[in-house]
Write a protein that binds this ligand. Structure first.
Ligand SMILES: NC(=O)C1=CN([C@@H]2O[C@H](COP(=O)(O)OP(=O)(O)OC[C@H]3O[C@@H](n4cnc5c(N)ncnc54)[C@H](OP(=O)(O)O)[C@@H]3O)[C@@H](O)[C@H]2O)C=CC1
Ligand SMILES: CC(=O)[C@@H](O)[C@H](O)COP(=O)(O)O
Ligand SMILES: [Mn+2]
Length: 416
């Protein structure tokens, strides 16, 4: 009997998504023994203690560990106790190598920011299944990702909760049709494709972040601690600030535009403070299908790993003994100007995504360092975006050049 092999490389293993992925892999290894689940490789940037802790916690420890920060790598001389236990790679090239390794079947792309781009593209190019948390890859290089996928046959499974929800709302219809045939066949092989309804709208839900009920004046004085206090999710620092500005939703609009290949005007946002409805799809007859579960990233991570199988997960279901209020509110583009940037950039395509992403990353860093005000983040992004000359079909190297340019522009704007 040939057993499946599920060797998973978790890039960004020391972060919020990375540690949740480790948890899911431990769970799958115990509950799906025929799946042969294993964290084969794990990366961290500089947090070596956390990386070794995660590796040591796995029942079947990873073979390869990667420490990607060049500075942190300098302190690793290859002779210590770590090297006797693991094959240790250092530097950013090691991320690309592992993403392409024949030993790896699935890559969970959980590095934060543009730093995750090369390894995610390498995994796609090598035809791996990719569990995509690193939304910035789609924001910077969505069209390139689509081209690479078509060539390599890589499967890109969304981990971002909204995109996983949309994927589930779209996919269930076709598979239910095929599954309900009395004779167990799906009939004409092209039946689901021919009859599957096209989505009319993708409706992303947004928690509204910690400032959902704050006035514009109060938001202008928000501190990093205020902005990091997300009401429903525990996440890394960068995405938490993005949720507070609602730039996270802007990035997700762009991510959805390229993941699902729909125009920007087919995407809408509803504020849903409870984070239970993770997103929705509206079809031509007006019917709306939603995916719901209490907020817990282990669910979309596991679904990306096991798709098309749905297996028991650690994520608790909705509790039938309690009441839930599920509310939907229109998004306020006035207090959260980042939202409009998301729609504009999703529509513009070309170089706009790379510029917005880089400007935002830099501005978030400056805000966290106490150098700029909260409202400077979206304002700075708009300035930099408007100062750049749009190009329609940029190469990857051109996008990376503009990424560097946008960061310098943000610094220049705020040093005046
Ligand atoms: N957290 C969540 O619930 C969700 C996150 N996402 C997306 O997932 C991605 C990860 O988010 P999250 O887990 O919250 O982030 P974290 O900040 O918690 O973790 C980031 C990870 O990336 C590594 N890293 C940081 N900088 C670099 C670099 N320059 N090169 C290589 N690796 C680096 C970190 O290593 P080290 O620890 O050593 O610094 C860490 O492993 C983001 O793109 C985010 O938008 C999407 C949906 C939900
Ligand atoms: C868990 C997840 O997918 C995050 O992207 C989350 O959605 C952030 O919440 P906001 O809706 O506040 O941006
Ligand atoms: Mn999300």
């Amino acid at each position: 009997m040939t057993l499946n092999r599920n060797h998973v490389a978790v890039l960004g293993a020391t972060g919020s998504i990375g540690t949740a992925t480790a948890d899911v892999l431990q769970h799958l290894a115990k509950t799906d023994p025929d799946g042969n689940w294993r964290m084969w490789a794990a990366s961290g940037h500089q947090n070596l203690p956390e990386l070794t802790k995660i590796a040591a916690q796995m029942d079947s420890p990873p073979q390869r560990l990667i420490l990607s920060s060049p500075e942190a790598a300098k302190s690793f001389d290859g002779t210590d106790a770590l090297a006797s236990k693991y094959d240790v790679g250092v530097g950013t090239n090691a991320l690309v190598d592992v993403a392409m390794s024949p030993e790896v079947d699935t890559v969970v792309a959980a590095i934060v920011g543009r730093a995750g781009l090369e390894s995610t593209l390498a995994a796609i190019d090598a035809g791996k299944r990719v569990g995509l948390a690193n939304k910035e890859t789609m924001v910077v290089a969505g069209p390139l990702v689509r081209q690479m996928m078509a060539k390599s046959g890589s499967e890109l499974l969304p981990v971002d909760s909204e995109h996983s929800a949309i994927f589930q709302c779209l996919g269930n219809w076709a598979s239910t049709r095929a599954d309900t045939r009395a004779d167990g066949t799906s009939g004409d092989s092209d039946a689901p494709a021919n009859h599957a309804p096209k989505p009319r709208k993708l409706i992303l839900t947004a928690s509204g972040g910690p400032f959902r009920e704050w006035s514009s004046d109060r938001i202008a004085d928000a501190s990093p601690a205020d902005a990091l206090a997300h009401p429903t999710w525990e996440m890394g620092r960068k995405i938490s600030i993005d949720s507070a500005t609602m730039m996270n939703k802007a990035l997700e609009i762009i991510e959805a535009r390229w993941l699902f290949d729909l125009p920007a005007d087919a995407i809408e946002v509803f504020v849903h403070p409870q984070s239970i409805i993770h997103s929705m799809v509206e079809f031509d007859d007006g019917s709306v299908i939603a995916q719901m579960s209490p907020p817990d990233m282990r669910l979309p991570i596991q679904f990306a790993l096991t798709y098309p199988r749905r297996l028991p997960s650690q994520s608790p279901p909705l509790c039938r003994k309690q009441s839930y209020d599920l509310t939907l509110e229109p998004a306020d583009h006035g207090r959260f100007p980042a939202l409009s940037l998301g729609f504009e950039v999703a529509k513009a395509g070309g170089t706009a995504g790379a510029v917005l992403n880089a400007a935002n990353e830099r501005a978030v860093g400056l805000f966290l360092d106490g150098k700029i005000r909260f409202t400077d983040i979206a304002a700075g992004c708009r300035d930099v975006l408007e100062n750049h000359t749009h190009e329609e079909n940029p190469s990857l190297s051109r996008m990376l050049e503009l990424d560097r340019w946008a960061r310098v522009e943000v610094d220049r704007r705020f040093s005046q």
